[in-house]
Design a protein around this ligand. Structure first.
Ligand code: PMP
Length: 425
């Protein structure tokens, strides 16, 4: 039901009782806009106005908002209170089996509730099995809120090449143990390993750094990381929190044909319900069994509600037209955007893969984070603000990607392109 509260009343209430009005630093607080309902491809604000949504809550809503069958199965699981935190559970095992059947690196799976928990666990496991402390991450990649990885996502030009921690209170010794390198730069990784190879526990990366829009990895870079990790005995971790299920049930590793030791999944795997997974080599994951030497736990881990949502999400994604629909709409959007940009002579570059797209206001190429420093951030945000006025919701924050869902239609894409054409005119 539509809320009867007004935008200002909701904002005031939230600001009064929640620091800044939201419970996640990544969420945008817009002084004039509060969403009170979402369905399929659409968001509705407190005044009842409809928006075509491409923010998708940062990515989970691959099937669209509030998917009826996912909701129904999740609700049924809750009503039955089927196995909350009591021993082995059939549905949890069935989901692990499904993930192992699709994701090339997955021989075993552990479930938790957020992407940050999954990447934390992956890094702890890597440290445990290698007996080493240092990790390598890449400029432009986000892996969650914990100290080892919370740095160098969207860094200003003057911070590139140095540590750029994103929070006060992070442990200096943890920050020190993280080495930040440029994405797609295999030589930088090779040199680091030649110098410090026996100290590096893990290399972690977003296979496609979608936290800065869409920078596609060079196959030689990812294959090189695989070879170097094997050679130096480091654990290779693909953070597929965004790309998992979104670019295929096997993740983007299946598309690229390179297999890591560990994979983290979250966001789209349960279409909006809280679920994340750490998957990978059985000999590694087995360290995390009860009584094993690596501690992995959580009261709500593998909650039946989220497990049911994920099994249903997979069932829907397994239907033969699901991925073709997502990819077709993504291609239609990118082609439409390119046509408008070219016709209007705008200095912009359209990037993306599958259901993800983004328009940077700069010339190509888009291969490293430093390329994106050429993006005109003011134009990027203003463009999106004007689209929001026209009922198209893309997060008005620099470098954020857009997501298409299974609920979007050709008509939604075409309506979006019409609005883009007006704004760019
Ligand atoms: N890894 C990646 C690639 C992400 O994009 C995110 C979230 N944006 C995370 C990890 C952390 O996930 P969560 O917010 O669920 O903790």
């Amino acid at each position: 039901p539509t809320s009867t509260s007004t935008t200002q009343a909701i904002l005031e209430l939230a600001q009064r009782y929640i620091p800044g009005g939201v419970s996640s630093a990544n969420r945008l607080v817009d002084p004039n806009l509060v969403f009170t309902r979402s369905q399929g491809a659409y968001l509705f604000d407190a005044e009842g106005k409809r928006y075509i949504d491409y923010h998708a809550a940062f990515g989970p809503l691959l099937l669209g908002h509030s998917h009826p069958l996912v909701n129904q199965r999740a609700a049924e699981a809750v009503m039955q209170l089927d196995g909350v935190g009591i021993g082995s559970n059939e549905q949890e095992a069935r989901l692990a089996e499904k993930i192992c059947s699709y994701v090339p690196s997955a021989e075993k799976v552990l479930f938790c509730n957020s992407g940050s928990e999954a990447t934390y666990a992956a890094l702890r496991l890597a440290r445990a099995v290698t007996g080493r402390n240092k990790i390598i991450k890449f400029q432009g990649c986000y892996h969650g809120w914990h100290d080892a990885v919370l740095m160098n996502v969207i860094s200003p030009a003057e911070k590139i090449g140095q540590k750029d921690p994103l929070s006060a209170g992070m442990l200096p010794e943890t920050i020190e143990n993280t080495i930040v390198l440029p994405f797609n730069d295999l030589e930088a990784v090779r040199q680091t390993l030649v110098q410090n190879g026996e100290e590096i526990a893990a290399i972690i990366l977003e296979l496609i750094p979608h936290n800065i829009g869409c920078v596609l990895p060079q196959l030689a870079f990812v294959q090189g990381l695989r070879d170097l990790s094997t050679h130096y005995g480091s654990i290779l971790i693909f953070d597929e929190v965004i790309t998992g299920f979104r670019h295929g049930l096997g993740g983007y590793q299946k598309v690229l044909g390179v297999t890591p030791d560990l994979t983290t999944l979250a966001k789209a795997i349960a279409n909006g319900y809280p679920l994340a997974a750490l998957a990978g080599r059985a000999d590694l994951l087995d360290h995390c069994r009860p009584g094993g030497d690596v501690f992995f736990a959580g009261t709500f881990n593998a909650h039946p509600m989220s497990i049911a949502a994920a099994l249903t999400t997979i069932e829907i994604l397994e239907q033969p037209d699901s991925y073709p629909h997502l990819f077709r709409l993504g291609e239609r959007m990118r082609e439409g955007l390119r046509e408008i940009i070219q016709r209007r002579g705008i200095n912009a570059t359209v990037a993306g893969f599958g259901s993800i797209f983004v328009t940077y206001f700069m010339e190509p190429p888009v291969e490293t984070y430093t390329d994106l420093l050429r993006n005109d951030a003011t134009k990027f945000v203003n463009y999106r603000r004007q689209l929001i006025e026209r009922g198209i919701y893309k997060l008005p924050v620099n470098l954020k990607r857009n997501h298409i869902s299974l609920a979007h239609t050709t008509a939604d894409i075409d309506q979006t392109l019409e609005a883009v054409d007006q704004v760019l005119r």
